[in-house]
Design a protein around this ligand. Sequence first.
Ligand code: SF4
Ligand code: SF4
Length: 334
Amino acid sequence: MLTKLGKTDLSIYPLGFGGIPIQRISFEKAKTVILKAKELGINFIDTAQGYSDSEEKIGFAINEDKNYWVLASKSPARDSKEMEKAVTNCLKHFRRDFIDLYQLHLISSIDELQLVLGKNGAMETLLKYKEKGYIKYIGITGHKPQVLKEALDIFPFDTVQAPYNPLETQSEELLKYASLKGVGTIIMKPFAGGALTSPSGCIKYILSKDFVDVVIPGMERVEQVEENFRASLDLKITEEEKMGILQDIHQLKNNFCRRCDYCQPCPQGIKISTVFILHGYLSRYGLKDWATSRYQSLPIPANKCTNCGVCERKCPYELPIRQMLQKSHNDFQK
Ligand code: SF4
Ligand code: SF4
């Protein structure tokens, strides 16, 4: 059954299609997987400028019935010129003359948001393009619930996208707040970046929350689409799924980064949670080249850690950050 995305006029199936993993399959395979999703009734796809050729593969896959789809993308552009490039390319990649939802990708502070909203900021482009009909709605994404919650009071975003799953529930207050305001809620990282091993249990857990509009697991195989879709049909969590989730939570309790950034700032300038996110893409998603090139473009690599221990004293999950950084760095060198 379709549902509305917040107060927008977009009607979507609550299980959406996350566009990260199709980066590592061919155009033809991506088309097969996306068309399977369509056959089942899935109609929302979310991707990003930064997911290499994902936008292009989506455009290729949907070409024969492009207006069936509700398409979303996002960009880390913070100024108007960069945003112009991002949206123009996205329209070209999608092969459509409009994008249903365009989002600010990973806003991590209010200062960053103010930059976007200020003179020559990226929002100037989004508003101009919305007026011209190239974009229907504007959303915001990020990993910091407090920042996103504040952002919803600063600008009338149509949607908010944040991580949420049985292990990472820190966005719950934000999502409830957004839902009450009529802001569409989009759930990324439903399996904690591949760390949770019961996809069906996670989908059921997430979709049973009334403050969730749509969950967007990344998919690259037909069987994955079918399994996730089956889970969306009956939200009753089985004993086996429950045990799987509980075991994962127990195992990951002290070695999984929840991206809260309480450990920041690092005196050396290491973006600790970003290193761990990229390491997750390397170790659990198998996106070696993409994750490695992103890691290499970080201004400060993890091996610049001086072992001062400041971050570990601030991490509420008592993670062995220094050890995890060292391992991440070593894995990126292999
Ligand atoms: S231990 Fe390393 S990562 Fe942590 S604050 Fe110190 S230098 Fe930064
Ligand atoms: S290392 Fe700890 S404090 Fe830092 S982002 Fe991850 S969970 Fe939060």
